[in-house]
Write a protein that binds this ligand. Structure first.
Ligand code: IDP
Length: 147
């Protein structure tokens, strides 16, 4: 197993629900350490840049509007197999498909709506390569701590 880092974002719906601490607790219980962290209201430009790979997708505009609808909590997490471990904690992209006990099943607003999966509580890098890109997008190297 390899020590990895991944980027995690608690999206505006979960920040509004006041469950930052509960979500951090899940990371810690799973052996993931917070090695960088900040709350931020993303600009439209920042959100568009972060999700640039989805620019041509039909849900892009709505996703960006949702991501700038309130502050988000951004963190880099470190641990054994951090990328996959974090994805497992999050659950499926569509909260309606997320397994019971996952963050998305328990906290996502979209779990209550049939037609949108934007408000799915959290973002997590989907590969080690993207994790490095996404961490660098939000944190200068000096703001990420070896723990
Ligand atoms: P992920 O967040 O599970 O990695 P991505 O494919 O990276 O999923 O999609 C980015 C985000 O776009 C999703 O988390 C979700 O908020 C939003 N989204 C809205 N509609 C869709 C859709 O139809 N498919 C995938 N993602 C969607």
């Amino acid at each position: 197993m390899a020590l990895e880092r991944t980027l995690s974002i608690i999206k505006p719906d979960a920040v509004a629900k006041n469950v930052i601490g509960e979500i951090y607790s899940r990371f810690e219980k799973a052996g993931l350490k917070v090695v960088a962290s900040k709350m931020k209201q993303l600009s439209k430009q920042e959100a568009e840049g972060f999700y640039a790979v989805h620019r041509e997708r039909p849900f892009f505009a709505a996703l960006v509007e949702f991501m700038i609808s309130g502050p988000v909590m951004i963190q880099a997490l470190q641990g054994e197999n951090a990328v996959l471990k974090h994805r497992d904690l999050m659950g499926a992209t569509n909260p309606k498909d997320a397994a019971p006990g996952t963050i998305r099943a328990d906290f996502a607003d979209s779990a209550d709506f049939a037609d949108s999966i934007d408000a799915n509580a959290v973002h997590g890098s989907d590969s080690l390569e993207n994790a490095a890109i996404e961490i660098a997008y939000f944190f200068p190297a000096t703001d990420v701590y070896a723990r």
